[in-house]
Design a protein around this ligand. Structure first.
Ligand code: CA
Length: 238
């Protein structure tokens, strides 16, 4: 389930958005100020933020700018909401690092379409789209992992955490993820879970992938973290 943080000080609008998003299957958290939003994000990174421009105290625009300068939130998907529809505003919103921009009033249909488009681009692990790499296929809708070996399709048994970990790695292949980033994106908690937990689950994931000859897809990058790669020496894809 994708998580969306809605930062909006007008409670009627916040409620309406949250009802519609929950109805569409999103997990919604509300914040009424930039400070509240920052405190929530410090704890758990949402998959996407709907950020109102005009907030009491620090504006949504300033908050977006701040998030873009912090390594942890640099990639956080942000859609700015605003009552102003001037071209100059739109440009400054996008300049501040917003991924998209919606002018109030907007329809639920448009909001959902924009959210899905931004997630597809920036957080595909938050969507139910199946992914396939080197004959290994993961389908979030059916929660199944399978591997093609010649004409045969073999099922891979993985636990719920290994499933989420594999999903994240497969939707962001060839990139190195630090343990802290994986805790943020897979566990949703980088503060209270030890980094060693990541190593434990990577080991279990490799053990689950070994019978279908895919354990080597998950590489350890010394001093940096983990990476899913197709460029494994000796690995025969297909
Ligand atoms: Ca407002």
């Amino acid at each position: 389930m994708s998580s969306v943080l809605v930062v909006e000080d007008e409670s009627a609008i916040a409620e309406l958005i949250s009802i519609n998003l929950r109805h569409a299957g999103f997990d919604v958290t509300l914040a009424a100020t930039s400070e509240q939003a920052q405190a929530l994000v410090d704890r758990v990174l949402p998959d996407l933020v709907l950020l109102d421009w005009m907030l009491p105290g620090q504006s949504g625009l300033q908050l977006a700018r701040r998030w873009r300068t912090d390594a942890r939130t640099r990639e956080l998907p942000i859609i700015m909401l605003t009552a102003r529809d001037e071209e100059a505003d739109k440009i400054s919103g996008l300049d501040a690092g917003a991924d998209d921009y919606l002018t109030k009033p907007f329809s639920t249909k448009e909001l959902l379409a924009r959210i899905r488009a931004v997630l597809r681009r920036k957080a595909p692990e938050a969507l139910d789209t199946a992914v396939e790499i080197a004959g290994l296929r993961l389908d979030p809708a059916t929660r199944r992992v399978t591997r093609r070996l010649g004409d045969e399709v073999r099922e891979v048994k993985v636990g719920p955490t290994e499933f989420r970990l594999l999903h994240f790695l497969m939707t962001h292949p060839e990139r190195v993820h630090s343990r802290s980033q994986l805790l943020d994106r897979v566990w949703g908690d980088h503060v209270f879970i030890e980094e060693r937990t990541v190593d434990v689950h990577v080991k279990r994931l490799r053990e689950a992938l070994a019978p279908v000859q895919c354990a080597a897809l998950v590489e350890t990058v010394r001093g940096a973290g983990y990476r899913l790669t197709q460029q494994v020496p000796g690995h025969v894809a297909g």
